[in-house]
Ligand binder design. Structure first.
Ligand SMILES: Cc1cc2nc3c(=O)[nH]c(=O)nc-3n(C[C@H](O)[C@H](O)[C@H](O)COP(=O)(O)OP(=O)(O)OC[C@H]3O[C@@H](n4cnc5c(N)ncnc54)[C@H](O)[C@@H]3O)c2cc1C
Ligand SMILES: *[C@@H]1O[C@H](CO)[C@@H](O)[C@H](O)[C@H]1NC(C)=O
Ligand SMILES: *[C@@H]1O[C@H](CO)[C@@H](O)[C@H](O)[C@H]1NC(C)=O
Ligand SMILES: *[C@@H]1O[C@H](CO)[C@@H](O)[C@H](O)[C@H]1NC(C)=O
Ligand SMILES: *[C@@H]1O[C@H](CO)[C@@H](O)[C@H](O)[C@H]1NC(C)=O
Ligand SMILES: *[C@@H]1O[C@H](CO)[C@@H](O)[C@H](O)[C@H]1NC(C)=O
Ligand SMILES: *[C@@H]1O[C@H](CO)[C@@H](O)[C@H](O)[C@H]1NC(C)=O
Ligand SMILES: *[C@@H]1O[C@H](CO)[C@@H](O)[C@H](O)[C@H]1NC(C)=O
Ligand SMILES: *[C@@H]1O[C@H](CO)[C@@H](O)[C@H](O)[C@H]1NC(C)=O
Ligand SMILES: *[C@@H]1O[C@H](CO)[C@@H](O)[C@H](O)[C@H]1NC(C)=O
Length: 634
């Protein structure tokens, strides 16, 4: 009697626990019965999967080739998906002669769409376009033809777990290339792929505030967040619920997707840690089609790997539970100055803080970066750009953002920096006497004017170790190398100073697959470049080599330094080491165990070295080609 009661109580509890851990869209799941009449969507069996190193199939199926599903199968898939299968055309097809030509639409795309969220809401478009291959460029009266290029063939507009399971099973059983797209912010073409089936998680917008959540030693507020929630949505939810959650700075970046999968920084990173450090539980559809809850008590290897071990690698995340905190304010002031050595009476200064002396300018910039640990020490961060303006002119723009600080305390902390800039380097900046106000972190939930539209920014970055700030000589050398990248190289330097140490990350954040370089860093520094569409493979290689030369100068001064994959370069050499650190081998073991088929593939993700996109023109890092195994690859 007694054991039975215990059994009932335990199973009731388990049932409650599961129910409480899923959104309604997650309880709509694929069953064996659903797959009976359509073997193409049967679940996979990891035990009978071919070995990882199996050389066949050599390539993923390709539209028009034998092995590509026939029309009937796509129709049947669409029925299993309850009509959620899309076959969208690239938006710019409206600019090209043919069935889709529409001058009004084309003009709107060219002239107006930047002021809207059209591109974020489009099932194909991504913000970084060059990997697509430039096969359908946006232009009024465009010449030539428009083809899909690196964009997927079909898209599943997912609103249930069942649809995601169906899509994963179909892709695996049919040897299709599978991609996952959320917002399309990825800088490395990881949310697109030619000839692929794409799972679009953008519409999984569910959100729930959990006033009390207990797991392991954590007991406190939490939020459950659907995979399609964007940062601006998250800020709105914070305001509604009078809480704070660590979220990305860019308003339309996914609050879950690639941001959490790699690390994820934001303005509370020195205080509460990275995005990945906030995670308490993860719901995910795995490569075999099964839906799992992964947390500190379930599937511990995956639990470690899913936080920092990379996007689109182990499965499709449908929701996560994140830590939540009481509401908090942040205080910041913009500190900027510039230099124009040719400034004289015939060219009056446009910037009141403009200098003519390059040495003073660079010393002032160095001093400003060197000051950041004082800001980090109170949980804040420095956000900055050094921008070349041409003709040996440069600007430095920064803000020092500190959470939960009074205005007098902020002034006391920052004044010595301003005084040193004035007295040591003659830089006429002053801390404003009015207008400094703490603002509610949760207050900015506006998507209006986010202005996210396709651009072609390319980052090369390093996580500068904190020890450099302890050694004046080492800092001087490193800063000289940063200066060279801007002054000689002509690149913009983007520096964000913060320290998400293991101590800040706490439990369970400190024990995860996040690149260990994050725990030792005080600055995420990048050289920003633009890769226009339409340049040749040769030109791309030359550009790559040039910028890599400047990054190599930093690297020489910081042996073993790591980098942030989300704002790093897909052409990074030794990316396994730079992006993942010493945990890479363990990650590969977990990848092979959970995805022996290699269903999930994206460039520079764990295990991706075994496959490559074969582009027609050998365009480096492009997505416009078939995905095939590397000859003799891992
Ligand atoms: C304008 C802008 C601002 C940015 N600001 C910040 C910032 O403040 N802080 C910061 O850390 N980074 C920032 N980034 C970088 C950002 O973290 C990355 O671009 C990140 O990959 C975006 O993830 P996403 O899911 O929104 O985008 P996507 O491009 O849709 O996806 C990125 C990767 O994640 C995978 N993925 C997405 N959803 C899932 C899922 N549910 N399950 C499994 N895999 C998934 C995709 O397949 C892809 O590989 C910014 C980027 C841009 C363009
Ligand atoms: C899938 O079915 C829906 C509903 O019937 C339809 O609107 C849609 O066009 C179909 N998708 C494809 C790719 O045919
Ligand atoms: C072109 O697009 C506009 C705006 O979507 C639409 O109103 C119009 O009917 C379209 N024109 C044609 C010829 O399809
Ligand atoms: C995707 O699905 C959502 C929810 O059903 C719907 O509102 C949206 O219009 C769909 N998007 C496209 C491009 O079909
Ligand atoms: C918001 O939360 C804070 C502390 O958690 C509390 O002091 C404040 O009264 C709350 N505000 C509202 C409007 O509920
Ligand atoms: C003033 O600046 C202009 C343009 O930068 C330059 O051509 C000129 O030589 C300068 N004049 C003097 C007196 O330095
Ligand atoms: C650089 O100087 C030249 C000559 O004075 C001038 O024509 C040009 O506009 C300047 N360029 C920039 C970017 O200021
Ligand atoms: C904010 O600062 C006050 C005063 O220093 C402190 O008591 C409080 O705990 C801080 N709140 C947070 C969320 O750090
Ligand atoms: C909200 O964020 C946007 C974009 O980051 C910014 O331009 C705007 O000034 C912010 N508004 C407020 C009220 O902070
Ligand atoms: C400081 O850095 C310099 C230059 O990199 C190095 O030679 C020196 O050993 C370092 N000093 C200490 C105490 O680490």
């Amino acid at each position: 009697m007694y054991p039975l009661r215990v059994f009932f109580a335990a199973s009731l509890l388990a049932a409650l626990e599961v129910a409480g851990k899923a959104f309604p869209f997650e309880s709509i799941q694929l069953t064996q019965a659903d797959t009976q009449h359509f073997p193409a969507i049967e679940f996979g069996n990891r035990e009978t999967a071919p070995p990882w190193t199996n050389p066949t199939p050599r390539c993923r199926a390709w539209p028009g080739s034998p092995g590509w599903p026939c029309e009937t199968e796509w129709r049947q898939l669409n029925i299993s998906l309850e009509g959620a299968l899309l076959r969208p055309l690239p938006p710019a097809s409206a600019c090209y002669e043919g069935d889709s030509y529409n001058e009004t639409t084309c003009r709107w795309l060219v002239e107006e769409s930047r002021r809207t969220h059209f591109w974020i809401d489009d099932p194909l478009s991504t913000l970084t376009q060059w990997p697509q291959g430039g096969t359908c460029r946006l232009a009024i009266d465009a010449e030539g033809t428009c083809t899909r290029g690196g964009f997927p063939e079909y898209v599943v507009n997912a609103t249930t777990v069942k649809q995601i399971q169906t899509a994963v099973n179909f892709a695996r059983n049919k040897n299709l290339r599978l991609v996952i797209k959320n917002t399309g912010h990825d800088f490395g073409g990881r949310s697109m792929g030619a000839g692929s089936l794409s799972i679009w998680v953008h519409n999984l917008k569910d959100f729930e505030f959990i006033p009390e959540y207990t797991i392991g030693p954590y007991s406190g507020m939490a939020v459950r967040v659907g995979a399609g929630v964007e940062s601006w949505d998250q800020f709105n939810h914070m305001a509604t619920n009078n809480i704070s959650v660590v979220a990305p700075g860019g308003p339309t970046v996914g609050a879950v997707g690639g941001w959490i999968a790699v690390a994820g920084h934001g303005s509370l990173t020195s205080k509460y840690g990275l995005g990945a450090d906030q995670v308490l539980s993860i719901n995910i559809v795995m490569a075999d089609g099964r839906f799992l809850t992964v947390d500190p008590n379930h599937h511990q290897d995956l639990w470690w790997a899913l936080r920092g071990g990379g996007p689109s690698t182990f499965g499709v995340i449908t929701s996560v539970i994140l830590k939540a905190y009481p509401p908090i304010t942040t205080t910041s002031v913009i500190l900027s100055f510039s230099v124009n050595p040719f400034l004289n009476s015939t060219t009056p200064p446009q910037d009141p803080n403009s200098l003519t002396d390059l040495t003073s300018f660079w010393r002032g910039v160095s001093l400003s970066y060197h000051y950041c640990p004082k800001i980090i020490a109170v949980g804040g961060y420095c956000f900055s750009y050094i921008t070349p303006l041409g003709n040996s002119s440069f600007s430095f723009t920064s803000s020092q953002i500190i959470p939960n600080i009074t205005v007098p305390a902020y002034r006391t902390l920052l004044q010595p920096l301003y005084t040193q800039l004035n007295t040591l380097h003659n830089i006429p900046v002053s801390l404003p006497t009015t207008g400094i106000t703490p603002t509610l972190y949760a207050g900015n939930g506006s998507r209006t004017g986010a202005g996210d539209f396709p651009v072609n920014t390319r980052y090369r970055s390093r996580l500068f170790p904190a020890y450099l700030w302890q050694n004046a000589t080492a800092w001087e050398e490193v800063f000289a190398a940063i200066r060279a990248g801007v002054e000689e190289g002509g690149y913009t330097f983007h520096g964000i100073a913060y320290s998400p140490t293991a101590e800040v990350a706490g439990w369970p954040g400190a024990d995860s697959a996040v690149n260990p370089a994050w725990r030792e860093t005080a600055l995420h520094g990048s050289l920003m470049d633009v890769q226009p569409e339409g340049i040749t493979a040769e030109e791309v290689r030359a550009k790559d080599e040039r910028v890599q030369g400047y990054v190599a100068r930093w690297q020489k001064l910081m042996p073993g330094v790591g980098a942030y994959m989300n704002e790093g370069d897909p052409a990074e050499k030794e990316w396994q080491w730079r992006f993942y650190g010493a945990g890479y081998r363990r990650l590969v073991r977990i990848k092979r165990e959970w995805d022996p088929w290699g269903v999930f593939w994206a460039r520079t993700t764990v295990g991706s070295e075994g496959w490559e996109v074969v582009t027609a023109d050998g365009y480096p890092m492009g997505q416009n080609g078939r995905l095939c195994r590397v000859e003799g690859g891992a």
